[in-house]
Write a new protein. Sequence first.
Length: 223
Amino acid sequence: MLFKLSFLYVKTVPTLFWSSAKALNLRPRFVTICSLVFGLTLFGLGEALLIAAGTGVSPWTVLAQGVSNLSNWSIGLSTFIISAIVLLFWWPLKQMPGIGTVLNAIIIALILEFVLPYIATPETYILRVIQAIFGVLVTGIGGAIYLISNLGPGPRDGLMTGLQQLTNFPIAWVRSGIELTAVVVGWTLGGVVGLGTLLFAFLIGPSLSGSLFILNKIFSKDK
């Protein structure tokens, strides 16, 4: 039982064979950049699967809907403003941006733009829920791979790693806390919450933390 639950207490992003020595690296190794792109692609596919499931959008989209209702901005502009505000918190949390920070926005946006239209929505509700759960798991795996690349996290992932370092709480707890906060604030402002939203909020932390745990077990030289 301890082994099965120990992934919930992961507190650091491991350094593995594809990790960059530093986040601000303008000439990363080929294996590092390939791992970064692969991880971000999986992350985007997971988000697309969740959206296509039709059971509710991710917590940050709920927050963007709420901000849009309050300000009359578009969802896209609201998302951009939220990301910019999140980045402001990086400074006191001592987080370092990098190539991954930029590619995070570009690759995930491209996946949602060009792949999402080809993902079908299951006919039955139970299959939609299963697809939503699978999407969260894929998002967690992709997030772990690109975070291990250490070329700079996306805005929300940087907030997660910064808060983890500040509080020393497990990554799963910090990430779930961030997502739940986004859901509550977004819902309060008028954003729409569905089952898929709650699944993402509660499961993305364990999914990400579990993926970090498993990848470290498989690829760590100290195993």
